[in-house]
Design a binder for this molecule. Sequence first.
Ligand code: RP5
Length: 160
Amino acid sequence: MKKVGIIMGSDSDLPIVEKAVNMLKSLEIPYEVHIYSAHRTPAQAAEFSKNARANGFGAIIAAAGMAAHLAGAIAANTTLPVIGIPCKSSVLDGMDALLSTVQMPTGIPVATVAINGAANAALLAAQIIAVDDAQLAARLDEKRAADAAKVLEKDAALEI
Ligand code: RP5
């Protein structure tokens, strides 16, 4: 199975990124996690992205806050699908990172999830990998069914 790369701009993004890691683990998807910054270590971020396809990755998740250029900088160096997680920082509540990540110019797309939307980033990466992996697609179907069952349980237990 193809791997998912998870890149974060700083170790301060780890509490958010952990939700993506846990989701990939629960779906039995191989992954690698790195700290590469678009601003502080741009050469390493570019190197990883240029070699990602040859190194067995099928999708890359990039998490960054503030002036979050990481997802775009990674997408500039690969045609693998790149999923951006805008991370909430202390000052502008993540709106800065959301706009920096989502507003990509034509030609270099980044699939942007919600602010701090790490679990959805992992699910989207899983769905990309599952395009040609029937077993993973079946695990995703099972998860959807289990999630729906939980909602119906709560509906049945409602006493208002
Ligand atoms: C971004 O700046 C990182 O992704 C992080 O969200 C934010 C702050 O980084 P630190 O100053 O905490 O390392 O590049």
